[in-house]
Ligand binder design. Structure first.
Ligand SMILES: [Fe+2]
Length: 298
């Protein structure tokens, strides 16, 4: 969201900038720095950057894991920054990661593993799962079969499972090549949740159908007996007005919903919790994937 030259100030495409506050001996100081990836240095546009896995806008999220601070954007590799916010370099886990990394990985508060996925739009595999040990080693990568390329912005973990959201915001190559919006909402493609053991693979996934919708950001997920509970900011539709209209009215605005997946019947009940607009819901990182209580503020 910090365009250095102005080709786009869209949320998805601005140059990433980190902001830091240092507190030493009771004195606070502030600093901000661009993440100096090829996207920044060469002032790339979206199309040019799509051919270079290192050319990340690095504009979506920042995490710290296994001693590294990673700046993230979902179509590229992560970039490491130092404690002084200086750009260190891209991170491919010693050459083991050869695809993009979501901007919304999860760090398990119990094992300190880093769990993430990557999705691709223009070539298979469309979805890959990755598991990183607490010491930062990429120890597992699994190709996950999904029928078509979709925008998969975020996901869920619990103590024993990861849950992918295969939702019908579909990448359309013909539209993209024609210069119009690359994503279209296609409810006729259906929507499903894929439940997989954290050390499992594609053959272990149980897919559960849900009503077509879109979710940018879940709040949290946890297990309860033989059920998985997920709270999400759920939209009835997505980007029906194109990428310039991410939140374009009530149908494309998130509301808090609760999904309850029954692991025996492989069905999901869906319940709207609140009618107010919301997105970017989250819980204390120490409760990621674990049961926690919450209340709405009003
Ligand atoms: Fe996000």
């Amino acid at each position: 969201m910090n365009p250095q030259s102005g080709w786009s100030d869209h949320w998805f495409f601005g140059n990433g900038m980190v902001h830091g506050i240092n507190i030493t001996n009771g004195i606070a100081s502030y600093k901000n720095r661009y993440i100096k990836t090829p996207y920044y240095e060469e002032d790339m546009d979206m199309m040019a950057s799509s051919f270079d896995l290192k050319a990340s806008p690095a504009n979506t999220h920042v995490i710290r894991h296994a001693g590294k601070i990673l700046t993230l954007e979902e179509a590229h590799l992560p970039w490491i920054i130092g404690d002084d916010l200086e750009t260190v370099g891209y991170h491919d886990f010693d050459g083991k990661l050869d695809g993009p990394m979501t901007a919304h990985p999860r760090i398990c508060p119990e094992t300190n593993e880093l769990l993430f996925f990557g999705y691709k739009m223009m070539a298979k595999p469309f979805l890959t799962y990755h598991r990183v040990s607490s010491s930062g080693e990429l120890v597992q990568s699994e190709v996950i079969d999904i029928p078509r390329p979709v925008m998969m912005h975020d996901w869920n973990i619990t103590r024993n499972f990861v849950i992918f959201m295969d939702l019908p915001l579909v990448f359309d190559m013909e539209q993209a090549m024609g210069g119009s919006d690359p994503f279209g909402f296609r409810p006729e493609c259906g929507a499903r949740l894929g439940v997989m053991p954290r050390n499992g693979s594609n053959k272990d996934i149980k897919w559960v159908n849900i009503n077509p919708c879109f979710v940018f950001h879940p709040m949290n997920a946890y297990e309860e007996d033989n059920k998985i509970i997920i709270h999400v900011c759920r939209q009835n539709k997505a980007m029906v007005g194109g990428m310039d209209e991410i939140y374009g009215g009530d149908e494309t605005t998130g509301k808090l919903w609760k999904w309850t997946i029954d692991l025996e019947t492989l069905s999901c009940s869906e319940e709207q919790i609140d009618n107010r607009s919301c997105d970017f819901a989250r819980v204390d990182d120490r409760k990621t994937g674990l049961k926690c209580t919450f209340r709405t503020l009003f």
